[in-house]
Design a protein around this ligand. Structure first.
Ligand code: ADP
Length: 587
């Protein structure tokens, strides 16, 4: 029974036809290899098989399902190891496995897999401390943690030393004994010959041949050869009439017989009745490599162990747009697929928190700076005295919303987009797309974490700061809450937009930073809005953060925020959410 069927698959990236016409099927329990030179279209093919890419033409069925439409139902049953997909630098090996185990309903035991893959001593190590081979083994472990029915493994042993490579091969054979079907991408002939029941040779986006490695070799190179020295002269027709024999050459004292099947036995048995013995018999069977060169042409890169160069430029396919995927997770599309375990979200949240503590820059700024300023201003003489320019309130009271805005700006423009951009850059979001948990949960976990931090800062600043200095709490509580919530939504929408346009973590930092300083200025971090020239104050109130501060200050003074800042925030939110949702990409 075929568990994977690919029929006339075609896929282009702009003008590049990556897959031209590929058809094959993989039987239940089989180890099937896609073998071909770099750039042949193997990765594109398996990425289509696992639903990461939408084919331009052709049909794919995996376990009877369509990977594009039924992705959620498939991801629980197909384990995927992708090329060039990293994890956050400070995630520990054990944590990564437990996290990914929580994504599946019936996961394998992380400790068992860690042992099987020889990672036990590294269980407490950060991802960044692993060698290339250990990273590769962890990646395989993550593909297997959900106890998949089908494992799709791309360049399985790239970067492994010979010993580790043998161990991984052993693991793959044991997996097959457990009934797992394996679809393997490789450009390593040894690997294909050693592991695969059948191999599809791929060249320039097309299947050149499909067969067992041994038969492919025979087909391409005329099969086997037997060389021997006959004990006496004989009539070669004794051999040429054998069904196994294709040709016989007689050179000096050596006879060379080419053919297929059980050639040696057939030759010896045919010679015996003529009273001829074969001495110094040398057998050579064609290797897959010969077949490869014969069928595919002489590609130098075949044996040099390099991996296909990463494509340059952004991937502009519609399938990487988060927007498309969010639609594919709609309840209608999810029909037949069980929802991912809820515990996965708690795990994600816990992991994001630990990672935030291990990279504390964002925490120190977003959390520490506003609190430090709070203490500083509270202890300065004169800041808590009522002042005419602040409508009879003190500078300190006026400044409390500014401190909240400062935290809001740092968390939304720096602490949120930088990890998200880095997750995209590292391939974390891409890896999550192959699991039952959609990558939007990771986005959600980041949002929840930063919102929680903001809520704590806001509470400490407004309640703690207000009470400790004898300043009033906001007199207009509903107005204050409305202003705070709208301001938060506005700034986080801008943060998501930054995450969606920045290709790298550095770019996210640069864009976030470039927005941060003018935003902080207009919010009155350096000069309170109340003492700005009136034209500057007008401009401030048209910025998202300036409007939020103005509305919060209104409520502290005791009246409901005026309409203008509220409308300004709604407009900013609508614009930036629209752009963020449209532009956010997983890759
Ligand atoms: P293989 O896995 O056999 O090395 P790939 O499927 O990675 O082959 O690539 C096939 C062709 O498609 C190559 O020419 C490659 O440069 C191109 N390609 C692959 N991925 C992308 C992409 N995301 N954007 C543009 N071109 C790509």
């Amino acid at each position: 029974m075929a568990v994977v069927e690919v029929v006339h698959l075609r896929k282009s990236y702009g003008p590049t036809r990556a897959v031209d016409d590929i058809s094959f099927d993989v039987s239940d329990g089989e180890i099937f290899g896609l073998l071909g030179p770099n750039g042949a279209g193997k990765t594109t093919t398996v990425e289509s098989v696992v639903g990461l890419r939408v084919p331009d033409a052709g049909a794919i069925r995996v376990l009877g399902l369509d990977p594009t439409a039924d992705g959620p139902a498939l991801r629980d049953r197909v384990g995927v190891q992708l090329q060039e997909s990293a994890l956050p630098a400070k995630l520990r090996v054990g944590e990564a496995l437990s996290l990914y185990a929580s994504f599946y309903r019936t996961p394998d035991d992380p400790d068992r897999l860690i042992n099987v893959l020889g990672l036990a001593v590294k269980s407490e190590s950060y991802f960044r401390e692993l060698s290339g081979g250990q990273k590769q083994r962890l990646s395989i472990a993550l593909a297997l943690i959900g106890r998949p029915k089908i494992a799709v493994l791309d360049e399985l042993t790239t970067g492994l030393d010979p010993q580790a490579r043998k161990e991984v091969w052993g693991l793959i054979e044991r997996l097959r004994q457990d009934g797992v079907t394996i679809l393997l991408v490789t450009h390593d002939m040894d690997e294909a010959e050693h592991l695969c029941d059948r191999v599809a040779l791929i060249d320039a986006g097309r299947v050149v041949a499909i067969d067992s490695p041994a038969r492919l070799a025979e087909r391409a190179t005329g099969g086997k050869q037997v060389r021997f020295r006959p004990s006496a002269p004989f009539d070669t027709t004794v051999l040429t009439q054998l069904p196994e024999v294709r040709s016989v050459e007689h050179n000096a004292e050596w006879v060379t017989v080419s053919g297929e099947g059980d050639l040696v036995n057939a030759v010896i048995l045919a010679l015996a009745p003529a009273g001829v013995a074969a001495h110094d018999v040398v057998m050579s069977s064609a290797a897959l490599e010969d077949a490869f060169l014969a069928l595919v042409g002489n590609h130098d890169e075949l044996t040099d162990g390099t991996v296909a160069p990463a494509p340059t430029g952004p991937v502009r396919d519609r399938e990487h747009r988060a927007f498309q995927e969010w639609r594919s997770w709609s309840p209608r599309r999810r029909a037949g697929a069980a929802a991912p375990p809820r515990a996965a979200f708690r795990r994600l949240l816990g992991t994001e928190w630990r990672l935030a503590v291990r990279n504390p820059a964002a925490l120190v700024w977003g959390f520490g700076l506003p609190l430090l300023l709070l203490i500083l201003f509270a202890s300065l003489p004169g800041t808590t005295k009522p002042d005419k320019s602040f409508n009879g309130l003190s500078f300190f009271q006026i400044y409390l919303p500014v401190l909240v805005a400062l935290s809001l700006a740092l968390l939304s423009l720096v602490a949120l987009p930088m990890p998200l951009a880095s997750y995209r850059e590292l391939g974390v979001l891409r890896r999550m797309r192959t699991t039952p948990v959609p990558p939007s949960w990771l986005l959600g976990a980041q949002l929840v974490l930063n919102l929680a931090l903001l809520a704590v800062v806001a509470l400490l600043v407004i309640v703690g700061g207000g009470l400790s200095s004898g300043a009033h709490l906001p007199r207009q509580v509903p107005g204050f809450l409305l202003a705070f919530v709208l301001g938060t939504v506005t700034m986080f929408a801008i943060g998501l937009w930054v995450a969606s346009i920045a290709r790298t973590q550095r770019a996210a930092g640069a864009i976030g930073g470039a927005l941060l300083y003018p935003m902080m200025f207009f919010a009155g971090v350096w000069v309170p809005q109340q003492v700005m020239p009136s034209w500057l104050r007008d401009v401030s109130q048209l910025t998202g953060l300036g409007a939020a501060v103005d509305a919060m200050q209104n409520s502290i003074e005791g009246h409901f925020p005026s309409a203008l800042p509220l409308v300004v925030m709604v407009v900013w939110t609508a614009a930036f959410s629209w752009f963020a949702v449209r532009m956010f990409r997983w890759e």
